[in-house]
Write a protein that binds this ligand. Sequence first.
Ligand SMILES: Cc1cc2nc3c(=O)[nH]c(=O)nc-3n(C[C@H](O)[C@H](O)[C@H](O)COP(=O)(O)O)c2cc1C
Length: 431
Amino acid sequence: MTESRTPLAGRFVLLGVTGSIAAYKAAELVRLLTTAGADVQVLMTPTAAHFIGPLTMETLSRRRVMLDPLELLPDHRIGHIVAADAADAILVAPATARWLGAMANGLADDIVTATCLASPAPVVVAPAMDGDMYAHPATRHNIERLRGYGYAIVEPEIGPLASGQTGVGRLADPARLLAAVEAAVAGKPVRAPDPAARPPAIDRAVPQDLAGWHIVVTAGGTAEPIDPVRYIGNRSSGRMGVAVAEAALARGARVTLIHGQTSVPLPDAAQLISTPTAAEMRTAVLAALSDADADALIMAAAVADFRPKQSAPKKLARAAGLTLELEPTEDILAEAVAVARTQARPPVMVGFAAETGSLDRVAEKAARKGVDLLVANDVSEPGSGFGTDTNRVTLIVPGSPPEAWPQMSKSQVAHRLLDRVLAVRTDAASR
Ligand SMILES: Cc1cc2nc3c(=O)[nH]c(=O)nc-3n(C[C@H](O)[C@H](O)[C@H](O)COP(=O)(O)O)c2cc1C
């Protein structure tokens, strides 16, 4: 009987992406694999997430990207073990010099290596790097060791490299990689056809569990004027707050997005209120609460703690020096909590705390501020905080031990946070 299905139809293929300039080509690989009928799960090292956004890979693969070997699935199974057990093939493309070394030595501290170690599936490796890196005896040695494990190596091609040189090191053409994966699974049965044995796919029909809700979100950084040209600002991009607003909209909520400076597109479907300074943000937040119809206030904005006591009406001329006298800004969250407490049906109050270093202070901060939930993150950690697509946060629920969440895309953090907001609201209603 002739086989009418393509070799990848119904197969579960893992695509491991590491931190090479060629990582952008991984988006094309997902498209080729899915067009060939494969069910694709993307695994990315934290460095890869600097080169291509997990959101892009998530959207193309229709699966949450796995970024961390510590990550658990929503049902608490260990993510990389489930993926490893169900995989029909693993394609690592592009594979960095660092990853080849880690894999050759079995160092399981990134999601791609940990998954390969845990899987009996065939592995196809496509190195991509600068020509000298590729020629180095260490790299050659690591590649030979991977061949020794039975891994198929798809050699890179000759061409212009990111370093400006021309040489061997360009990621092999995606069509060659697809052919290598097809060859790796040829003649083998599908290992885990039951979708329940695989990590869950994203349900396209997002549950409308926030329909009828009004959620007020703050995002971005405030800018406190020194003069008409200069200001005291911060490095917030607004990504986290915008991710919360988008997730709430997707789940059916009406969203008011009060924003300072942002460097990401804002969702048109939200009511947008621009508030450049902390004082303007305070006014907008208190006004939004005054209608007493908000179900949740999620304060993800990075609000300045201090502002210049006086802002010069005209641009200050260059001088030998300048001493600014600063005064504290209002504590918007504390004021909002005080207003909410006077309401018959107070909104769920959520604060964010950006720290650098230890998060020891945040539990005390959550209790002091009187919030229902506090999301704390160490913005000095790689893959966390300002300007990144990912975040690693600790959720503080006053009276309970802190919950350290694994590194996730900001969209995943947003959805998980909204699940908790919903739970607080449901809890309050049942009391
Ligand atoms: C712009 C840029 C491009 C890079 N491209 C490559 C590459 O193609 N191959 C490689 O092995 N390393 C490359 N690197 C270095 C890796 O990103 C670095 O070794 C990193 O630690 C790899 O992390 P990962 O293997 O955990 O993803 C690049 C670095 C930069 C800044």
